[in-house]
Design a protein around this ligand. Sequence first.
Ligand code: ADP
Length: 202
Amino acid sequence: MGEGRSPQERAPGARRLVLLGAPNSGKGTQAAVVAERLGVPAISTGDMLRGAVAAGSELGRRVKGVMDAGGLVDDALMAEVVADRLRQPDARRGFLLDGYPRTLRQAQDCERMLGELGGRLDAVVLLEVPEEALMKRALGRGRADDRAEVVRERLRVYREATEPLVGYYRGRGLLRTVDGDQSIETVTASVLRALEAVRGVA
Ligand code: ADP
C-alpha cells in the first residue's frame, strides 16, 4: 500500500470515482450527467437494487424489506453485487459509483475489490446540501405523510453510517467537496471542475 502504484493504476484516463451525498442531495442526477461527460458508466447501487426488486429476483426478494424501511442492505451482500458489476468490461476504463460505499466497512470492501482488479479510487466527490434543503426536496417530491418518516430515517442512517466516510476519504487525500445547493447545471459544472484537479480525470 502507499508507495508503488502499478503502471496500470497510472494509466491515463483512469477514472475511478465515487459520488457521496445525503439522500436527495442530487447524487443520482449528477452521477448520470457527470459519468456521461467523462465517458464512464454510472453505477448506482440504488438503481441496481430497485431493478432487482422490480424483477422479483432472489436478490430483490432479499433486499426489498430493508429498502422500504429506509435501512441499509447488508455489507457482504452489497460487496457481491458491486464486485460483479465492477468486473463487467465497461467498468475497465473507469466508473462513477453512486450509492456505494455507504458504510466504513463498504469503503474497505471497495478498496479491496479495486485492489483485486488492479486499481484504486482516483477521487471521491461530496455533494454538500444543507439539511433543510434536503428535507424540503424530499417532501416536495413525495405524497403520503408516512413518507416523511422514511425520509427522516434515511437521513439518520446517512448521518450515522455514511457521513464517517467523509473523514475517511479526506484522510486519504481523495475528497473533493462541491456545493450541491445550486442549480443542476451549476452543480455539474462544479463537479467537473473539482475533478479537473485530479490527475487523469476530466
Ligand atoms: P437515495 O434515495 O438516497 O438516492 P439510493 O437510490 O442510493 O438512495 O438507494 C436506495 C436504497 O437502496 C437505500 O435506502 C438502501 O436501502 C439500498 N442501498 C443502496 N445502496 C446501498 C448500499 N451501498 N448499502 C446498503 N444499502 C444500499
